[in-house]
Design a binder for this molecule. Structure first.
Ligand SMILES: [Zn+2]
Length: 283
């Protein structure tokens, strides 16, 4: 019977000589021995091949009479286990940090990319809006210019600059005078009333002398008679105020004047003064 008690189940050699007693660094032995201690606690049927192999090594060590202080072994094992555990934790933490860092970097990159794309999209939208506004402004300006040009083309003006109103529209000497006579010196410039086309320019055999008829943009036709000289011909386009003739006293006339007739829609003549007044022209 042994005289000393052991926490381990292996028994030391009965009387180990100093010469046979091997001093093995506890650190080297600890794993094997500690494993052996655990393994020897377990039944053989519960051991994995790896553990079984460890058990054999452990028994071999025991067979050689190697001895290790069980407390030291336990402490070393705990330390090693603790150290391993700490290293594992540190390694895991490092891996986690690396993963988190990579993930964060990816997220940051994605966020940066998204932000850049958003900025680019906003800039593109702004540019498109500006281009659209510029185009709209240009179209508006063009429209305005066209409207102004049209208004200018469609304005009405007086047929002659310096004149005296003589015979008006109405009965004269027992017959109808369907015109307004504007007395003026021979050779006074005679103007088109607005934009239109010359439909007659020549000598009239009906007493009008040198006559010009113009059909305007609204369908109205003006007759201007007794001219000394004509400046336009049939088919010619004319604009408001354009010089079309010089006044005179040709045809059935008692003195130099412009005989002006207004025929709306090329129909019957109307009173020129009232008709022109409605268009902003006072004579
Ligand atoms: Zn007349």
């Amino acid at each position: 019977m042994p005289t000393r008690s052991y926490t381990g189940r292996h028994r030391p050699a009965a009387k180990p000589s100093r010469g046979r007693r091997l001093v093995v660094p506890v650190a080297l032995l600890s794993s094997t021995v500690a494993a052996g201690l655990v393994i020897r606690d377990a039944g053989a049927s519960e051991l994995s091949p790896e553990a079984a192999s460890m058990k054999n090594i452990s028994e071999s060590v025991a067979g050689l009479g190697l001895v290790a202080d069980p407390d030291a072994v336990a402490a070393a094992t705990a330390n090693r286990a603790g150290a391993r555990s700490s290293r594992d934790v540190a390694r895991d933490a490092t891996a986690l940090i690396a993963t988190a860092s990579a993930s964060a970097q990816r997220s940051a990159a994605a966020a940066q990319e998204a932000a850049t794309a958003k900025v680019k999209a906003a800039a593109a939208a702004k540019a498109a809006k500006a281009a659209k506004a510029a185009k709209a402004a240009k179209a508006e300006a063009k429209k305005k210019a066209a409207k102004a040009a049209l208004a200018k083309a469609r304005r009405w003006v007086s047929p002659v600059a310096g004149y005296t109103l003589t015979s008006g529209y109405g009965m004269r000497w027992g017959k109808m005078h369907p015109a307004q006579d504007l007395a003026c010196p021979v050779g006074s410039p005679v103007h088109a009333l607005s934009s239109g086309t010359v439909v007659f320019a020549g000598w009239s055999n009906e007493g009008y002398g040198n006559l010009v008829k113009i059909r305007y943009w609204d369908g109205t036709v003006s007759w201007m008679a007794h001219n000394s000289r004509l400046l336009v011909s049939v088919g010619e386009e004319v604009g408001p105020g354009q010089r079309i003739a010089y006044s005179g006293s040709t045809g059935n006339s008692t003195g130099p004047h412009v005989h002006l007739e207004i025929h709306p829609e090329d129909g019957g003549a109307v009173a020129p003064v009232r008709w022109l007044a409605k268009r902003g022209v006072t004579i």
